[in-house]
Design a protein. Structure first.
Length: 202
């Protein structure tokens, strides 16, 4: 369900009344009244919802033709510009895409949880790897502390691909919240992986 909030007081009341309910997937808040929201209530709402269901907190300007939607997920934020008249479709696709990504990531972790024996070689899903690196890049660009946990997951997936030194360096930078250096290290790491992948395909 989508609910459009047109006043700060209504937003606070909606957040209070939604905490124990499941029917609201999206809350649209006009950015003109966003500052009227009580920060503790918003934080409580995010804490309750982001770690259970897919939820969107979207700041909009009335009359805008194009808006930048801030998608709130249990593992971080994604900023995406979309046309206002495409909002419903975009949100529906995003919910389904998020569920699909979650299932694929879970399957990938299960597949890579142990090394195959004998002459078998562990199959690497490069699309998943580059998708994960792109997500990590977004979090690092936003100085998002959730980057540390995702990096630990990626390190397991990338084990044995010859980039352990860069991964360890990146891990150290992220743990020290040195996101500026981490951005460059991740860029170099992704560049090396891309070159290796292209070389293996030829």
């Amino acid at each position: 369900m989508v609910d459009v909030i047109d006043s700060g007081e209504k937003a606070v009341q909606k957040i209070k009344s939604t905490l124990l309910k499941k029917e609201y997937d999206v809350i649209l808040v006009d950015s003109k009244i966003a500052d009227q929201l009580k920060r503790d209530m918003v934080q409580l709402f995010l804490t309750k919802k982001l770690f259970s269901d897919t939820i969107f907190i979207i700041l909009i300007n009335a009359g805008q033709e194009e808006i930048t939607v801030r998608f709130g997920y249990e593992d971080g934020w994604i900023n995406k510009p979309i046309k206002w008249n495409e909002l419903d479709k975009t949100l529906w696709l995003s919910v389904n895409k998020k569920q699909k990504e979650y299932e694929e990531k879970k399957d990938l972790r299960n597949d890579n949880s142990h090394l195959l024996h004998g002459s078998q070689v562990k199959e690497v899903n490069h699309d998943e790897i580059f998708f994960s690196l792109a997500k990590l890049s977004e979090r690092i660009a936003e100085n998002n502390i959730m980057a540390k946990q995702q990096l630990e997951d990626i390190k397991k997936t990338l084990a044995g691909l010859g980039i352990s030194d860069q991964l360890n360096q990146l891990s150290d930078q992220v743990s020290r919240f040195d996101f500026k250096s981490a951005r460059q290290t991740l860029h170099d790491l992704t560049k090396n992986l891309t070159a290796n992948y292209q070389g293996n395909k030829t």
